[in-house]
Design a protein around this ligand. Structure first.
Ligand code: ADP
Length: 311
């Protein structure tokens, strides 16, 4: 262990009643949370919810106005050199050394952290870029660049890694491939604090998520518990040519029926009974069943626009 290491027990991050105001804007308005070591922790919320400010406070880039912050047993503010080797922050691609190859870029990062040169090769392997090591950063694909950004956060083998939307702007295949990289990282016992707008991703990867709204935590739990607590409703989606809204609303067990494009959406707490009632009226062919997911919980909490229901 390096002499800079903090205590190895206790949580990775502990925030108690943290506030940060910009003038009259309460960017972070009394946030308390704990991230355990080895946890994959998601930070979700609409733009302006305070995610960046909160992450920057944890990273020691911003000073909170009030509250207590502990990261791996250290106080991140005033800027704490003892903490820097222990945390990894994903590079924005604008900060790449673009004329270098991927391996050279990482060796340069390793030198900045005074880590051994072999660390660059290990980081490349970790994100599946070994074969691209000699490719210039300029010539990497979007997905490969995102992997390199993550590798930059890993090169000094930090215990706690902050990743900010690492899969933004990736095609679905590259996104899924990156999920595996992230799962592998977690498998190696790293703590990950993950900001994303992709709720399917948060649901698939995160042990727990905090949903921030207006600088406060609106919900904090595992995705499965949030879904179970927040939205026990099942939606049945029926082709509109087979069922009128009136007939839908008359079905026993239907709590709400709306038209969404060329479908009728039935919401129910008792999908079995509604399906049984629906069959003689409309048949079941083409009927889709959708249980709640993290996006439903998120939309309910953040008040984001629901699909427009048509009368
Ligand atoms: P998010 O990352 O969730 O989009 P931010 O932390 O960037 O949220 O912003 C939270 C709020 O604080 C927003 O209203 C934003 O406009 C405001 N804000 C962020 N940084 C500053 C700053 N440096 N000066 C003034 N207001 C800021």
């Amino acid at each position: 262990m390096s002499p800079a290491s903090g205590p190895t027990d206790g949580p990775a991050v502990s925030l108690d009643d943290v506030h940060k105001h910009y003038g009259s804007t309460r960017a972070v308005d009394g946030v308390s949370l704990t991230v355990e070591r080895g946890e994959f922790f998601g930070l979700l919320g609409p733009n302006g919810a305070g995610k960046t400010t909160l992450v920057e406070i944890m990273e020691g880039q911003r000073r909170p106005d009030a509250g207590t912050v502990s990261v791996l047993g250290h106080h991140p503010w005033p800027r704490n050199p003892g903490l820097l080797p222990l945390i990894g922050v994903q590079t924005q691609s604008s900060a790449f050394f673009v004329r270098l190859t991927a391996a050279e870029h990482l060796r340069t990062m390793a030198a900045l952290y005074r880590t051994d040169r072999a660390a660059a090769e290990r980081a490349l392997a970790m994100v599946g870029l070994t074969e691209q090591g000699e490719v210039r950063v300029d010539d990497l694909s979007g997905g490969q660049r995102q992997r390199l950004a993550i590798a930059s956060a890993l090169v000094h083998e930090p215990e706690l890694i902050f990743l900010d939307e690492p899969t933004a702007a990736l095609d679905p295949q590259a996104r899924r491939a990156l999920w595996q990289v992230l799962r592998d990282l977690k498998g190696k016992g790293r703590t990950i604090i993950y900001t994303t707008h992709h709720l399917d991703e948060a649901e698939a990867l995160c042990d727990r998520v905090a949903i921030l709204v207006d600088g406060r935590i609106a919900a904090l739990d595992s995705p499965s518990r949030l879904i179970a607590q927040g939205s026990p409703t099942t939606r049945l989606v029926v082709p509109a040519e087979r069922l009128t809204l009136e007939a839908a609303r008359a079905l026993q067990g239907v709590d709400r029926a709306t038209r969404d494009g060329d479908t009728i959406v039935l919401e129910t707490l008792d999908a079995g009974h509604v399906l049984a009632a629906l069959e003689p009226v409309a048949g079941l062919q083409g009927v889709q069943t959708r249980t709640a997911n993290l996006e439903d919980v998120y939309l309910a909490l953040t008040g984001a626009a629901q699909p427009q229901a048509q009368p």
